[in-house]
Structure formats: structure tokens, C-alpha cells
Design a binder for this molecule. Sequence first.
Ligand SMILES: [Cu+2]
Length: 330
Amino acid sequence: MSFRFALALASVVSAVSSATAYETGRVDGHAPIGVMGDHTHHAGEWMTSYRYMRMSMKGNRDGSARKSSADVLRNFPVTPTSMDMEMHMFGVMYAPTDQLTLTAMVPFLRLDMNHKTRMGAKFTTRSKGIGDIAVGGLWKLFENEVHHLHANTRLSFPTGSISEKDDTPMGRVRLPYPMQLGSGTFDPSAGLTYSGQGGAYSWGGQALGTYRFGNNRNGYRLGHEYEASAWGARRLASWLSTSLRLAWQQWGDIRGDDDDLVKTLVPTADPDLRAGKRLDALVGLNLAAGKGILKGQRLALEAGWPVYQSLDGPQLEVDWQLTLGWQFAF
Ligand SMILES: [Cu+2]
């Protein structure tokens, strides 16, 4: 029996045996790394993960039109010019049964915002620390060898600070809304995730809503958020797949306001200038080790660029984002 024939036989056998169950273990059995709560685990399985996320924002928009700093400074004495967000996110998943997978996520944030004043001065504000810890449950609703469907439920706890301060030309003051590390409220999320696989291809979609109720202790709540995402992936080798994803996001204005902020000073302090919507196109790479000492390990990368954004502005626009992730199931 030639080597080539043995290889062909082995691949037929594995294709037939693998067609009997949905495979979350295959390299594209996980969605692109920017999607949270995308897969479930088998009873008794654990997974730990780490994600590094980066988002860069530069320049302002009102609606979908760009606004220069001079435009913004006609109405406000101070304008944000750019912002950098960095997040380290640690996650744990555990499945007590085949139907339920529990999740916990702990984020650490670093935010930097650059400003320009009407007088021409420039200054930077910074905040960093733990964000809002979220715990969740993923409930398997349907699964056969091609399709998988589960419900996402999650509750975010107000562990992130909403009273961050930093030095500015106006003294040491409370930072505006987008520079705070948490929402200050208990935020439930609910949604659905579908994924499918066949041959060298896989695909999926997720829709998720996050709701905010009441007021936090600084007198406001962030707007509700809705996200919907669809992706396709192609497996190039047993250990490598590439993906394309479109992600829609929509978020509301802030209700109430923080008394320590002066909303006429800078647009980021105005609770009515926070809403927006955005469509991102993202490309991704998944790497998975199926056997050996690296068994259960995954490495993934996803980068995205907005193709459309409309902001209740002036508000900083997103230029690009990046997620790098490591996952280990055991
Ligand atoms: Cu997992």
C-alpha cells in the first residue's frame, strides 16, 4: 500500500467518523477571536483564555461626515483629537453539562485620550484598571453534524471605576464618559449564536443585546447596545483557518448625567453626544494544535476596519481594531 493511498484512506475514514458530530475541536470550530461566547464545551471540559485587544480612534465625525478639530472648537472650548484603547481580557469557561457552558471574563483597560483646546494647547488624559467583570451561561438549543445553535446570557458587574480623574489644564478633574472603566450598573446581555460547518468551510452569526437599567452612583446609565455579526471561514490545513467577518454595532445615548462633568466644555462630557452605529469588516486567522504537547491550545488574530460609521457627534471615529487571543481547553 503506497503512502499516498494510506493517506487518502485515512482522510476518508476521518471524514466519515467526524461527520457524526459537530466538531468544536477543529481549527475553525471556534469563531473569529473577536466574537465572545461563540462556542460551547462538552460536559466536564474547562477552557482558559487571554485576549489582547486594541482600538485606535482618530478624528471626529458628526453623522457620517468628518469634522476637523477647528469645526469642533467652534462649539466647544476643548476637543478630543484621538484615543487609544487597550484591553487585556482573561476568561474561563466550564461546562457542567453538554447543554450548559458557564463563562467568566475579567478585563483590564488602559485608555489614553489626546485633546486640543481653542487656545491651541494640547494635553493627554489617561485611565487604567480593572473593567466590568462579566459572568454568563451558554445554553445549547440544537446541534447536529452541520448546525449548532445556542443562547447567550450574561451579566456584567459594576467592578470598573466610573470616578477616574486625571490632570488637565482645568486642574485634576473627573474624566468624561468614554474615559471611565466601567458602566457603573448591572448590565444583562442576551442573544443567539449559530454556527455551521461542512468540508473545508464553516460559517456563523451572532446577535446580542446589552441592556442598562436604573442609574449608577454618579447619576447616569450608559445606552443600550446591540451587535450582530456574520462570518465565514476556510480551513487551509488541520491547524490553520482564515476568516472574514462583518460586524454591526449600535449604541444609545447616556440617560441622566454626571454632575462632576461640564457638558459644554468638551463633547465627550455631553450625555447626548454618545450614540452611534458602525459596520466593521474584519479578517482573521485561527491556529490550533490538535495533538502533541500543544493539544488543546489555540492562537488567533483578527483585525478590523470600519466600512461605515454614523455618530451622534462630534464624536471620535474608529480607525482600526485588533484582537490577539490564546485559548487552552482541557
Ligand atoms: Cu471555550
